[in-house]
Design a protein around this ligand. Structure first.
Ligand SMILES: Cc1cc2nc3c(=O)[nH]c(=O)nc-3n(C[C@H](O)[C@H](O)[C@H](O)COP(=O)(O)O)c2cc1C
Length: 374
């Protein structure tokens, strides 16, 4: 069976499902949303420039905030200067965060060009100097997140991870893509498996985990100790709760339209309280809605309606209109919107009246009505 927990030294990560760091997404409000649903074993901040944290820049300090009950939480830092990263790590430790995480994996030009991220995968000596300086600076658990390599000619994650372990890093996260894959490429988790086989510290697998099948595949194909989930959690913040239930042998809780609406509106409300101007709130609403609407019926039309919203009230209005429609559709059809869509021909003949099939029968009998935006 698959593992359900791991430990970074004496810090238990249970369940072993971790929210990935995502710039512009995993701020305090989004992490609160995920925590409020449950099933997440650890949350991670957006990446924060080590130099900015070291200098106490207000924006960096804002990004490093976490709630008193948000534990365990990792603060991710990036940069190229060992001394400044060491000082930033001290600031992380002083903040009471549980883990300092170092970014060796970000493909963004901004980060790669002059400040670190996956470019460090091509500079092993500088990478070592940074790891050594950070390790010497703090006593809290220290982790590193990387891609499988910079490009397909240099998929050196196992060597780099080995170096990290030798220098005292206590867990490694590997995203199967290389830097040049950006967010494309064909799934290849062999370097994660190779790293797991070589290291004694926990190795966490990352990349395209969006449901039970992809979560099980990551465990099965690599033997990792835990999973890190990024975009799958924006599309479906219930994913941690669902995977946790699945791996514990319980039925997966489903998020119906009412629950989705509740969570989305509460999140929008929390943004209003946080951003100083409507522009910032609306931008963040659109960013999250862009992912969140995947898998919803007429999701692309809903996305467009969000994108075209000029004000916060308009975006809230779009949400209300859509979810009113969805609730009415669920009532009319007698099945939740995410019931398996099967054609009548797929239904087994004869006596099978299991709940799932009965639901599927009703679903097949009542096709979805016209779009709420038509
Ligand atoms: C919007 C966005 C922002 C990201 N920002 C960061 C970041 O700040 N630090 C980092 O290490 N990785 C960052 N990543 C990469 C993710 O942490 C993760 O490794 C990647 O998305 C693959 O996992 P997924 O398929 O579960 O999304 C970001 C990804 C996205 C989509």
């Amino acid at each position: 069976m698959f593992p359900s927990r791991y430990a970074i030294r004496d810090l238990a990560i249970a369940p072993n499902l971790v929210l990935a760091p995502m710039e512009g997404v995993t701020d305090l409000m989004f992490r609160r949303l995920v925590r409020s649903i449950g099933g997440v074993g650890m949350t991670t901040t957006e990446f924060i420039a080590g130099e900015a944290l070291r200098r106490g820049v207000a924006k960096a300090e804002m990004m490093a905030r976490f709630d008193p009950d948000e534990h365990p939480v990792a603060i991710q830092i990036y940069g190229r200067n060992p001394d400044s990263l060491a000082e930033a790590a001290r600031a992380v430790e002083a903040s009471g965060a549980d883990v300092v995480d170092l970014n060796f994996g970000c493909p963004s030009k901004k980060v790669c060009a002059h400040s670190g991220g996956s470019s460090l995968m091509r500079e092993p000596e500088l990478a070592r100097a940074i790891v050594r300086a950070v390790r010497a600076a703090v006593r809290i658990p220290f982790t590193v997140k990387m891609r499988s390599g910079f490009d397909h000619g240099a998929r050196n994650a196992p060597d780099l991870a080995q170096m990290c372990q030798d220098e005292g890093v206590e867990a490694i996260v590997i995203h199967w893509r290389t830097r040049t894959d950006m967010y494309g490429g064909t799934r290849a988790v062999d370097k994660i498996a190779e790293t797991k086989a070589r290291l004694r510290i926990p190795v966490i697998g990352n990349g395209d985990i969006v449901d039970v099948a992809s979560a099980e595949a990551m465990f099965r194909d690599t033997g990792v100790d835990g999973l890190m989930i990024g975009r799958g959690a924006i599309k479906n913040p219930w994913i941690f709760q669902q995977l946790h239930a699945h791996f514990a042998g319980r039925p997966q809780p489903r998020a119906d339209g009412t629950e989705k609406r509740r969570v989305l509106l509460r999140y929008f409300e929390s943004l209003r309280g946080e951003f100083r101007n409507d522009h910032g709130v609306l931008g963040r609403m659109k960013k999250i809605a862009n992912y969140f609407t995947h898998g919803l019926p007429y999701g692309s039309e809903l996305r467009l309606a969000f994108l075209h919203s000029q004000t916060i009230d308009e975006a809230v209005g779009v949400t209300d209109r859509y979810f009113d429609w969805l609730a009415a559709e669920e009532l009319r059809r007698g099945v939740p919107f995410d019931a398996p869509a099967v054609g009548a021909a797929d239904l087994p003949a004869g006596a099978d009246q299991s709940a799932a099939w009965a639901e599927a029968r009703r679903h097949a009998a009542a096709p979805l009505g016209p779009s709420p935006f038509s």
